[in-house]
Design a protein around this ligand. Structure first.
Ligand SMILES: *Cc1c(COP(=O)(O)O)cnc(C)c1O
Length: 224
């Protein structure tokens, strides 16, 4: 028998330890699938394309918390800043500046995560740990009252080797601790560690993740 979205959603939710929230990644899946999860109480959804998010945001209930999890071009920031709950993949000071500028225009404070590049794969976006340290050390972010840096996001290498995945996630977790001590000790909002996808979220839960971003396991294979 085919399992439904709601059954798979509950299987994932039931497997998460306390303190780990689920970002249901709904990219390329229709609004009907989102509504199935919504009917079960899921409110946090992740999308990675601006146009698609725009369309879904207009169609779907207002109390959905949208996380933008994809690579965001600076010229598209203005479209999502008025309503997005979190921009997860900030990987440059340029992007951060544009989020600050657009958030100021609509009088919002936008939560963001800094995206790390730790995986060995060439194609992934993100800041190396040293680039991330440098961005914070330079301090320009301190003059951005409309941006709140809430933690780190990363994608581990897409490999079978669980030890490699674990190693990469622990590099991210250790960096989180270091930055927390050095810059955010008195900032309770700096508390998010976003790692773990369909194939590796059980490992992420053992590596101090607070947000797992799971798509395929809940909604099935994406049709591009
Ligand atoms: C698509 C996507 C996910 C979800 O991937 P699944 O393998 O379908 O769970 C998670 N994070 C990011 C950044 C994504 O683009």
């Amino acid at each position: 028998m085919m399992e439904t979205v709601s059954q798979r959603l509950h299987q994932v939710l039931d497997s998460l330890p306390q303190g780990v929230r689920l970002v249901a990644v709904s990219k390329y899946h229709p609004s009907e699938s989102i509504l199935e999860a919504y009917a079960e109480g899921q409110r946090l959804f992740g999308e990675s394309h601006v146009q698609e998010l725009q369309a879904k945001h207009t169609q779907l209930p207002d109390d959905i918390e949208w996380h933008f999890i994809g690579h965001l071009q600076t010229n598209k920031v203005k479209y999502i800043v008025p309503y997005v709950a979190m921009i997860e993949a900030v990987d440059s000071i340029r992007l951060l500046r544009e989020i600050e500028r657009q958030a100021a225009r609509c009088n919002r404070v936008v939560d963001v995560l800094l995206e790390l590049h730790i995986a060995e794969e060439e194609t992934k976006y993100g800041l190396t740990p040293d680039a991330c340290r440098q961005l914070l050390a330079e301090g320009e972010w301190r003059d951005m009252p409309h941006v709140r840096i809430c933690g780190l996001m990363m994608m581990a290498s897409y490999v079978e080797d669980e030890e490699q995945i674990r190693r990469e996630m622990m590099i991210a977790s250790d960096l989180f601790d270091e930055l927390k001590t050095n810059y955010f000790a008195h900032s309770p909002w700096f508390c998010e560690r976003s790692w773990g996808m369909s194939h590796d979220y059980p490992i992420a839960c053992q590596c101090h993740s607070t947000l797992v971003r799971v798509g395929t396991t809940i909604f099935g294979e994406r049709v591009y």
